[in-house]
Structure formats: C-alpha cells, structure tokens
Design a protein around this ligand. Structure first.
Ligand code: MG
Ligand code: MG
Length: 255
C-alpha cells in the first residue's frame, strides 16, 4: 500500500505545481492520468459506477463544490480553492488522498478554512496513535472544526481501504450516539483507513448537481477537503500517502 501511496503523493506534487490561474481542471486531470500510466498505476476513480460512470482519474471540486467534481473546461481563477482527490492501485493495493489548493492569493477567511481542514486531518492522525476507538477521534475532530466556526460535512465519510478503495469500516468525521453503539471500531495495528474531513465555511448541507456527481454546499459558501490513507502499525500511525522519508529515498520501497 505504501507503493500506491507514494504514487498518489507524486500525483499531488504534480498537481500542486500546475495549480495556477488560467489552468483548466481537465488539464490537471490529464496530467495525473498520464502520470499514473507512467508509474504503472491503475486509477481507482475512472469508471466508478453511478448514474453515469465517473469519467476521470481525479475528482476536482472548486469553491462551493465539496467533493466528486468532474474535471473539464473550467478555468481556475485567482482566489479560487480547488480540491483534488485522486487514488490509484499498484500491484493490487490502493492509495487515496485529497488536497485543497489555493489559486494565488485567497481571502483570509478562505485560507482559515483550508488551515482548519488540513489541521483537523493532522489532529486525527495524531489522535489515532493515542486513542483506542475511532469515536473518540471523531468527537475531537468535530469539536476542532466547531471551535473554528466551520461545519463538518456529514453526508460523506472516510473508509477502510486495502485491495479495494472502499472497504469497511465507515470513518465519519463526527460522532453520534448511534455510531458509538453500532459502528464504532478499535484503532489497532493492521487497520488501514482513508481519513478525509470535508469542512464547509457555512452550512454542513450539500446537494448534488444535475451531472449526478458534483456535490455543492447549499448556501454557495466554499468547502475544503483533505485526505490521507493511514495505517496503524506497532509503532503508531503511518501516513501511506505522505512524502518519501529519508530512509525511503536512500533505499526505495521495493517493487
Ligand atoms: Mg479520495
Ligand atoms: Mg477516500
């Protein structure tokens, strides 16, 4: 899974270097598709079943688009935020990661939204090493977002990941008594989950656009999304979609 995670990390380096005013979301998607082919990786997103199969290797969601945006001719402009979510498999094992990028200078409250969303993902990964149940992590995630004055999206959650992109368990970024009773799970070595908080500046409510995929905020305010694939190991949480470590650069991951 680390091999797939490194390819996904590499895709995000490519995306980060491309994001600027004037670039289209379709150009970004095409670059990632070519990168996956060059790396011998298979897209996890292209062809995902729905009313229409998902047509692209990235979900690209701009401003009030929360997740599942379809890349195309849309041109990025200064002040936009663009969420790029992508995943691939290498030798049958999956990696999945999302980043929200600012396009040039963004408004201060929008930058705060990005910082809060990447911050709550970092908090969750840290807590995975010191809490025993996901419900405890999710409770603190929701509080962190609330304390920043933003709202956690509840219609979409993270997921287990392994040989398939979407496996059990479901990994919400908030906690309810029903989750505690029926769906909570132990954080123990061997578990691998995609943790992916989506945070809205205003209402948590979302709705689908007529393209059957793109989810937007119902109040039109911006949204942000950060995701990592995280394994719990005997020595704590390990982010499988993170940059190569010094050790890995010295002795590349075998394969
Ligand atoms: Mg994803
Ligand atoms: Mg995911």
């Amino acid at each position: 899974m680390r091999r797939a995670g490194l390819v996904v990390w590499g895709a995000h380096q490519l995306v980060g270097a491309m994001v600027r005013p004037g670039v289209t979301t379709g150009q970004i998607d095409l670059a990632v598709e070519q990168f996956f082919i060059a790396q011998g990786a298979e897209s996890l997103f292209k062809g995902v079943p729905g009313k229409v199969p998902f047509p692209s290797v990235c979900c690209i969601s701009v401003n009030d688009e929360v997740v599942h945006g379809i890349p195309g001719p849309r041109v990025l402009r200064v002040g936009d935020v663009v969420s790029v979510d992508t995943g691939c498999s290498v030798a049958g094992w999956c990696g999945d990661s999302a980043v929200t990028y600012p396009v040039g200078q963004v408004a201060p409250d929008v930058q705060r939204l990005l910082d809060c969303t990447s911050g709550v993902l970092a908090l969750a990964i840290e807590l995975m090493g010191v809490r025993s149940r996901w419900g405890d992590v999710a409770t603190e995630m929701a509080k962190y977002v609330r304390d920043h004055g933003f709202s956690v999206v509840e219609n979409f959650v993270g997921h287990g990941i392994g040989k398939k992109m979407h496996e059990d368990p479901q990994v919400p970024n908030f906690c309810t008594p029903a989750f505690r009773r029926n769906h909570d799970f132990q954080l123990e070595p061997g578990l691998v989950i995609a943790v992916e908080p989506m945070v809205n500046m205003g209402t948590k409510k979302v709705r689908a656009l007529p393209d059957h995929w793109t989810q937007v905020t119902t109040d039109g305010l911006p949204s942000a999304h950060f995701e990592h694939t995280v394994a719990i190991t005997d020595s704590g949480p390990k982010v499988l979609t993170a940059a190569p470590t010094a050790d890995e650069l010295a002795a590349p991951v075998a394969g």
